[in-house]
Write a protein that binds this ligand. Structure first.
Ligand code: HEC
Ligand code: HEC
Ligand code: HEC
Ligand code: HEC
Ligand code: HEC
Ligand code: HEC
Ligand code: HEC
Ligand code: HEC
Length: 442
């Protein structure tokens, strides 16, 4: 009898351990069994707060009952460094408190540019006038099938936030160059404040700058033009006089693939340039107006002729490099028309922007694609832009050895791959062999 009771007890205990281990599993980041699904989260934890921290327009507050309005009572203990940073800021001195930016717990918000704009209207308007002001729209309202950019929709939620949103939230958050809760202008003037986002294989501005004479002088002196130094910083050339519209002075050397001079101004919309690359179109007048603005910055320190000459080098690199990438586009379009890409777009998971059509540049995916398109992606997205973006920032090595050289080496490999695909196809036809397709599932 006693024995049975002991067994029953052990059984119950085991049940309890078993079920509690189930409870503990909930929300754990357990391994995935196959390639991730698109546009949906892979952990439960992420869903709790969702996009609210990088897109405060979609913020969902936590439930904190009966908090009232004495923020410091709890937050001096809960988040002491937040309170200290705020106490060291101008906001504290001018009586701008927690509730001015967050409301209270019954209606808690994370501040958007509209919140800051109540007191900083001019800076907010400037910010919105340039490309920083459309940084998030260009991702989620790009006009693809799910309303958004192809490469964004092809990802899972955690990557969409950590690998797109954290940079592109420049539109929805003013604490991108400024950091909370200190909000020190000196910190925002540092090139490193731009560097978190303006780095890497497709826009390495911080690296171009650091390897230019300007960057070297900044490093040696530890201060830029605004703080009495000899060297211009990112802010000297792009936010002259503190103007928060970073598109001032940008002509054909703009964000992403830059722009081309045509008959009309396409604004923020994309057109195909004569080489088949998607980018913004501007007019000759736009070019001259913006170039003049940039030259006004240079002539603080250089002769106008010197500055014009150096910028014309970068213009030359831009238009010549676009034409090199155009040669690769011709090869790939020809293979597509002959049905020779492996796999063809309709034999692989669809491009969320353009369905099963061939997409080169702009919304081209870097995953679940053919080998030759993958190589082209690296060529146009990385090498091509290093050549001219490096040149606009006066870094000779990025212009040549990280830009021009790998771009042209890839053109050689693309032409060779295209040639092999055509030859293989001839053989297969002759031998009446069915071609083997690369498979991706899904
Ligand atoms: C009774 C204590 C209490 C008071 C008073 C209080 N808070 Fe909180 N607050 C909390 C708790 C608890 C959290 C959740 C902390 C966590 O998850 O680490 C929190 C979180 C926050 C967060 C972060 C929310 C998030 O999503 O990360 C903000 C912002 C905040 N409080 C602002 C305020 C403001 C503004 C006031 C004054 C109007 C205030 N709090 C007053 C307890 C309090
Ligand atoms: C000038 C505006 C401003 C003021 C004043 C301000 N905050 Fe914030 N706070 C922000 C911004 C901006 C964020 C980041 C929002 C986001 O991530 O979308 C933030 C985020 C937070 C967070 C969550 C993020 C984290 O790092 O944990 C807490 C907690 C917080 N604030 C507490 C406070 C408290 C407490 C006060 C008052 C002592 C305060 N804030 C005053 C602007 C402000
Ligand atoms: C309720 C009004 C108010 C709100 C809301 C507000 N600020 Fe301010 N801010 C001020 C005032 C006042 C000053 C001090 C201006 C001065 O002394 O010239 C200031 C100063 C600043 C400064 C300069 C600080 C310095 O050390 O010189 C920055 C940067 C700044 N705010 C950014 C922000 C950002 C970003 C937000 C939103 C997250 C924001 N502010 C929200 C009122 C506000
Ligand atoms: C691209 C980086 C960047 C972003 C994004 C940014 N700021 Fe600034 N901000 C700066 C820099 C740099 C300065 C210092 C300018 C100077 O001193 O020449 C500054 C200075 C300020 C100042 C101090 C006083 C002044 O007017 O110069 C305020 C206020 C301010 N910013 C508000 C905002 C607001 C509001 C937003 C969001 C709409 C914002 N900032 C977004 C870089 C940025
Ligand atoms: C000496 C001036 C100067 C400095 C310093 C400078 N830039 Fe630029 N930047 C330019 C010029 C010139 C262009 C191309 C303008 C055009 O389109 O005619 C440009 C273009 C850009 C672009 C558009 C894409 C591209 O690279 O062409 C970005 C983004 C950019 N700069 C960011 C930065 C960042 C971030 C820093 C600091 C790490 C920086 N710049 C430093 C002059 C400068
Ligand atoms: C949080 C990330 C982030 C930070 C920090 C940041 N930027 Fe940007 N910047 C972006 C994004 C994203 C774009 C492209 C937006 C678009 O075109 O949709 C961009 C575009 C630009 C452009 C191109 C403008 C054009 O018209 O083509 C310039 C110039 C620029 N940024 C300068 C700066 C400077 C200078 C700083 C630092 C003071 C800075 N950015 C800080 C994310 C950032
Ligand atoms: C490290 C920061 C960072 C990450 C991560 C990032 N971007 Fe960007 N993105 C930028 C910057 C900075 C620019 C513009 C500067 C340049 O091209 O020289 C830009 C440009 C763009 C543009 C061109 C906008 C225009 O005006 O033509 C699009 C679209 C874009 N990014 C989408 C995405 C998507 C989608 C993801 C994620 C799959 C992503 N980006 C990830 C920083 C980032
Ligand atoms: C705040 C002053 C300042 C501004 C503004 C400035 N530069 Fe410079 N720049 C310098 C200094 C100082 C040097 C180092 C000269 C040397 O190498 O002896 C330099 C070097 C250069 C160099 C490399 C050296 C060479 O002889 O080829 C180029 C190219 C250049 N600048 C172009 C520009 C252009 C174009 C602009 C405007 C978009 C510009 N700079 C804006 C101060 C400035």
């Amino acid at each position: 009898m006693k024995k049975n009771f002991t067994y029953a007890l052990i059984f119950l205990l085991l049940c309890a351990v078993y079920s509690s281990s189930f409870a503990a599993d909930e929300g754990l980041p357990l391994p995935l069994k196959s390639y991730h699904k698109r546009n949906t989260s892979v952990t439960e934890k992420w869903k709790e707060a969702g996009r609210g921290y990088f897109n405060p327009y979609e913020y969902k507050p936590p439930k904190v009952e009966g908090a009232g309005t004495d923020c410091l009572k709890c937050h001096k203990v809960l988040t002491p460094t937040v309170v200290k940073d705020w106490e060291d800021s101008k906001h504290f001195k001018k009586d701008v408190g927690c509730t001015n930016c967050h409301n209270d717990h019954s209606n808690l918000i994370m501040p958007t540019p509209d919140t800051c704009g109540k007191c900083h209207a001019a800076r907010t308007m400037q910010h919105r006038g340039g490309k920083h002001g459309v940084g998030w729209k260009n991702v989620i309202a790009a006009g693809g099938k799910g309303g958004a950019a192809g490469r964004y929709l092809a990802q899972y939620s955690e990557m969409q936030e950590g690998g797109c949103g954290t940079c592109h939230s420049i539109e929805t958050k003013c604490d991108s160059c400024h950091t909370r809760h200190a909000f020190k202008p000196k910190e925002a003037r540092e090139p490193d404040a731009c560097g978190t986002c303006h780095m890497g294989p497709d826009h390495a501005q911080i690296e171009y700058y650091e390897s230019s004479k300007h960057g070297v002088i900044f490093k040696v002196e530890g201060k830029g033009f605004e703080d009495g130094g000899r060297a211009p910083t990112c802010v000297t050339c792009h936010m002259s006089g503190g103007n928060h519209d970073v598109s001032q002075g940008i002509s054909i050397g703009g964000a992403s693939q830059g722009k081309f001079i045509g008959q009309t101004n396409s604004g923020n919309s994309q057109r195909k340039n004569p080489n088949g690359i998607s980018m913004n179109e501007i007019t000759g007048e736009d070019f001259t107006r913006e170039r003049d603005k940039m030259l006004r910055v240079c002539i603080n320190c250089h002769s106008k002729r010197f500055a014009e000459h150096k910028l014309s080098i970068a213009d030359g690199v831009k238009i010549a490099s676009d034409a090199v990438a155009g040669e690769a586009i011709k090869e790939i379009v020809d293979l597509y028309n002959s049905g020779l890409l492996n796999p063809m777009p309709d034999d692989r998971p669809e491009n969320p922007f353009a369905g099963f059509n061939l997409v080169l540049t702009s919304h081209q995916l870097y995953e679940q694609t053919s080998g030759i398109e993958a190589l082209y992606f690296e060529m146009y997205k990385f090498d091509l832009v290093h050549a001219w973006k490096g040149a606009y920032h006066f870094s000779p090595d990025w212009t040549h050895w990280f830009g021009n050289a790998p771009m042209k080496l890839k053109l050689a490999r693309i032409k060779d791959m295209a040639n092999q695909l055509r030859r293989l196809n001839k053989l297969e036809l002759k031998l009446n062999v069915k071609p083997e397709k690369v498979e991706f599932g899904e």
